[in-house]
Structure formats: structure tokens, C-alpha cells
Write a new protein. Structure first.
Length: 80
């Protein structure tokens, strides 16, 4: 019986991990659509929202405050 519970927990964790990976891929595609200068490799290497802001400033020459607003608008509370 304990083994069945353990398997159910493992399946739930795997499903959650897959959903998280899929959500990240969707977010990265949205970032790539908005900021087309990012390569696939650069998108995959993004660590967090602050890293994205830094990269947008570097690639597009925006002021940090403007880049922060743009990233916040795109992300709407989601995490990379």
C-alpha cells in the first residue's frame, strides 16, 4: 500500500515538473517573440527576471527602468 502511495507521489511530481518545463518554454517563446535579438541559447540561459532585465538593457540599450516595466508587463507575475 505504501508503494502505491509512493508511486502516486512520484507521478504527481513528474507531472508537476513537466508542467513547469512546459510553462517555462511558453514564457521563453513569448520573450523571444517580443525581443527577437535573443538567440535560443541566450533564452535558455536566462536565470530569472532580473537577468532578463539586464539582458534587455544590454541588447536594446533601454534604460533599466523601462526594461523593468517591459519585462514586468510581459511576465505578469510569472517566473522564468
Amino acid at each position: 500500500m505504501a508503494n502505491a502511495s509512493s508511486n502516486a507521489a512520484s507521478n504527481t511530481n513528474a507531472a508537476t515538473g513537466q508542467a513547469t518545463a512546459e510553462a517555462k518554454q511558453i514564457i521563453l517563446k513569448e520573450i523571444g517573440s517580443k525581443w527577437g535579438k535573443f538567440s535560443e541559447q541566450e533564452l535558455s540561459a536566462l536565470k530569472d527576471r532580473d537577468d532578463l532585465v539586464t539582458q534587455v538593457v544590454a541588447k536594446y540599450g533601454l534604460e533599466k527602468s523601462q526594461a523593468q516595466r517591459d519585462v514586468d508587463a510581459l511576465m505578469k507575475g510569472r517566473q522564468i
